[in-house]
Write a protein that binds this ligand. Structure first.
Ligand SMILES: Nc1ncnc2c1ncn2[C@@H]1O[C@H](COP(=O)(O)OP(=O)(O)OP(=O)(O)O)[C@@H](O)[C@H]1O
Ligand SMILES: [Zn+2]
Length: 320
């Protein structure tokens, strides 16, 4: 008989922490949504949820966190498991791992929110059937998750492709950018708050023929070209509040121009398929975190979740 598994996961975001426990088949047994306020308040509420879950369902087999960052993911570093230099007030140097080790006895895995979302897209969304793809979110920041040969990628630490420096888009030479570290890195020029700073109004209020969108598409296509040259993924999935439907065509056309017909395999890219929207739903990061917990417990990815379950039916099985 297969051993029962009890998995815990958190998608730790800048506005909310989604916490859940799930069984071996990915069915959610309990879940909750905690607003991200102070570390003490938010992490305290998350621990209380998992203590309550353990009382009701037993000890967790494995637990995983997909968090906003930057994070220290180098297992031998002194600050392993900490959020490090985030601009989010009060959350610098917050030790996530030590906090959860106080209440959770099983193994704990940690990865970025975007890598976890990429895992969720592989199980339930636009990454199904793919081994190597990128997951990009363009919202309050710009984050890039990488699934390489079927596993989330990290090296000495997680990459930060949202902060690459790109050539300025035509006509965009005055805006200084808003990244507190680099000024006019990609995130500094093209995340949602950067658009607001540049144009004086929130991005969602700009009309679809506003010049902002051509500039935005140029930068996102620059990121896609860089990812194409460095990772050569099967697909680049781009989501986040700024990626409205009209952006996909613009990014695909700008990317085709940037690749400039280089190499037959790049000329053969079907852009409609290559630059795609996410489809795993708003809980892809949480699903990915739970899948990471599954892998921590079993050394395998729960590929059967994709067959036996769908994102929407998962949501219905919840007893909050
Ligand atoms: N319809 C829209 N069109 C363009 N921009 C939008 C739209 N809706 C939201 N945004 C922008 O998206 C940003 C918020 O992004 P999102 O909704 O992805 O939130 P987030 O999860 O906080 O971001 P992140 O992915 O960085 O964590 C805001 O800057 C907002 O101006
Ligand atoms: Zn930057």
């Amino acid at each position: 008989m297969t051993e029962p598994l009890l998995l815990g996961g958190i998608e730790a975001g800048g506005t909310k922490f989604l916490c859940a426990i799930a069984d071996r088949d990915g069915a959610l047994l309990m879940q909750t949504r905690i607003p991200t306020t102070t570390p003490a308040e938010t992490l305290g509420a998350a621990s209380a949820f998992f203590s309550d879950a353990a009382e009701k369902h037993g000890a967790l087999s494995a637990f995983s966190i997909g968090s906003f960052g930057p994070l220290s993911l180098n297992t031998v570093a002194a600050d392993y498991g900490c959020i490090t230099s985030t601009p989010k007030a009060g959350w610098q140097n917050v030790d996530l791992l030590t906090h959860f080790r106080r209440t959770i006895s099983g193994p704990i895995a940690l990865d970025t929110d975007v890598n976890c979302a990429a895992v969720g897209e592989r199980l339930f969304g636009s990454g199904q059937g793919l081994d190597t793809f990128c997951y990009v979110t363009v919202g309050t920041g710009i984050g890039v998750g990488l699934l390489i040969n079927g596993a989330p990628h990290g090296g000495a630490n997680h990459p930060e492709a949202g902060h690459i420096k790109l050539p300025r888009a035509p006509g965009d030479d005055r805006f200084a950018g808003i990244c507190p570290y680099h000024g006019d890195c990609l995130e500094g020029l093209a995340c949602g708050p950067a658009m607001q700073a540049r144009w004086g109004v929130p991005a969602e209020t700009l009309s679809s023929d506003h010049p902002a969108w051509a500039i935005e598409a140029d930068y996102l296509a620059g990121l896609c070209a860089t990812l194409t040259y460095t990772v050569r993924p099967d697909r680049i999935i781009i989501g986040g509040g700024v990626m409205q439907p009209q952006m996909y065509g613009r990014v695909r056309r700008a990317l085709t121009e940037k690749l400039a017909g280089y190499d037959a395999s790049m000329r053969a890219i079907d852009m409609d398929d290559y630059v795609a929207a996410p489809t795993a739903g708003s809980s892809a990061g949480l699903t990915g975190a739970l899948a990471l917990a599954y892998r921590t417990a079993t050394r395998q990815w729960p590929m059967h979740w994709a067959i036996t379950d769908t994102n929407s039916s998962r949501a219905e099985t919840v007893n909050a």
